[in-house]
Write a protein that binds this ligand. Sequence first.
Ligand code: ADP
Ligand code: MG
Length: 699
Amino acid sequence: MQIFNTPIEYLKGVGPQRAEVLKKELGIFIYQDLLHYYPFRYIDKTRYYKINEIYQDFPLVQILVRLKSFEIIGEKQAKRLVARVIDDTGELELVWFKGLRWVERTLKLNQLYVVFGKPTFFNGKLQIAHPEMDLFSRDTKERGNLSLQPVYSSTEKLKQFALDSKGLQKIMSNLLDVIAIEIEEVLPQYILNKYKLLPRKEALMQIHFPASTAILSRSQATLKFEELFFIQLKLLKIKHLRSLKFKGSVFSIVGEKFNHFYENLLPFQLTGAQKKVLREIRIDTQKGIQMNRLVQGDVGSGKTVVALMSMLLAIDNGFQACMMAPTEILATQHYASIRDMLQDDFVKVALLTGSTKRKDRKKILEDLENGTLDILVGTHALIEDTVVFKHLGLAVIDEQHRFGVEQRAKLWRKNPIPPHVLVMTATPIPRTLAMSLYGDLDVSVINELPAGRKPIQTIHLYENQRLRMFGFMRREIAKGRQVYVVYPLIQESAKLDLKNLQDGIEVLSREFPLPQYKISIVHGQLKPEDKEFEMQRFIKGQTQIMVATTVIEVGVNVPNASVMIIENAERFGLSQLHQLRGRVGRGSEQSFCILMSKDKLSKEGKVRLDTMVKTNDGFEISEVDLQLRGPGDIEGTQQSGVLDLKLADLTHDQNILQEARNTVLEIMESDPELEKPEHQMLRNYFKKHNTGITFDKIS
Ligand code: ADP
Ligand code: MG
């Protein structure tokens, strides 16, 4: 095994100087690093194309042609060598702008050449500039020149040391010569069989030097599976270890408070999805194992009441609960709606944020510690060390993606037995991402909106249709509705955004003048208390229009606001647009979302806005988002490590991920300690890769 850890400088063709550059530029230190430096594409030299098969945008092609003529034409800068070549289907031009004399000398009229390069159309003619060119000989054929050639990405610096793609290919070949024989299997044979994977050694050889496209794709599938499999194994193993290590409080009864709320106070029927999630939580909290559950539910699906009822469950069993929200506005709103739903004081609830007065704060902390307080709602002020619970049984985190894993862990330490954790997110995450990001959590989905909701109608208008938008606003306001107008706020151009916002406000105040119309304005520059004041005016219906930057993005609930206007909508990402739209559609009235955009849109911008017009389904939208942007830009992925994938890609390899996950689930079910002989190799893998996980039994 040692050989994989050999410093790269000892490889034939490398040496100390090149080793230095490989380390600096590519992070390749040892043999193993190089082995996993995969080609980013392949040049298809497996066949000759016919000239009449080639069309615009064709990638690199290889053709077999006869040279008919060549001449140097043009003056000075425009001087170039043009050669005409033909096959039995047509002709094309080869062009050189540099080294004309040298090329000219080597060309041989009427000979057959193997020509390779990128075809383009110039003045309606097909041509290849600076092609690779070899005289055709029987030799060319016999050497097996027809193959898929790997292309490795290189850098300027590497190229100075002759490590361009070709150079890397050469040392890779040297590496495989010495290392291939040592490559061992890491996946049990029965898994290879089941998914028709290649032996690992073959997969690694073939991914660098594939014999055919068919075997290449099998080797890619094999290595992707392996990659995803071990990530899942790690995640699910963490989960398993946690279940052994951390006892969970047991909520054995459904008690008085829960029942009182359910029977007397709950103002509506729970949806089937809400009931299902409550049932899952109920089961989780009776096992004596700490619950870590993610509840995904589209905006407006009614997560708050699920959280509240879970907290009542905790209280009925003698515990306290807390609920943490990412912003002060949201925390305040949660507090208000919980107070509202509970009506009388049969449960003691308090709010703790950064702006809680010192005197109140002291009282809250006392009540918390002596157990008088049942529920504490707040911002991350909750996780400060001064906040001590008597016996915290359940922590609810709303809008997860704004809290890091670190913060989640801090909550755990708030009780000797870590509290059950319920994470609520309104950002639907594509299944593949959820599996990778939250692979160690259990996931519940609220995939049903409360009955009687009218789907929000979404309309896309261009700048030149702005008058229509004003007319529409007037009509809706006349019906007694309220309107949000949202402007983008993007850090890099905060100044410009603010100007946008100010201009917008000016125009709006002209179109909607006092005293008939009143406007609330909320943006990031305001002090929290001013923000709160403006919010409250809107919530109470004292203003009809709320102009805001994205501060209202998360969670605010004003049922009478039924129109959402998003300015510069093309500048928002899909998930943000969806979140914003979710602010309306909460009452019984028909709601609308108007996306305002400039007249000219990028292709991607158009897809985003069209998607919004087409669907209200957050999961569908998140899939499109993933396709458009890749996982790197989806919130929450940055710190998660899912981006460190070498080969697999969460956008395109969903099936492989699912297979890998299922396989691991089966293993964790039947042999969580990896004790069966066929799983020894998995245990060894973890030993070797120093993942911080040991598979030996916990004492
Ligand atoms: P979100 O999932 O976005 O946090 P909320 O919990 O804020 O959604 O709920 C949105 C609105 O729907 C609230 O006004 C809430 O009272 C209401 N609601 C929740 N569940 C139901 C239900 N089963 N039937 C009717 N209305 C509901
Ligand atoms: Mg919410």
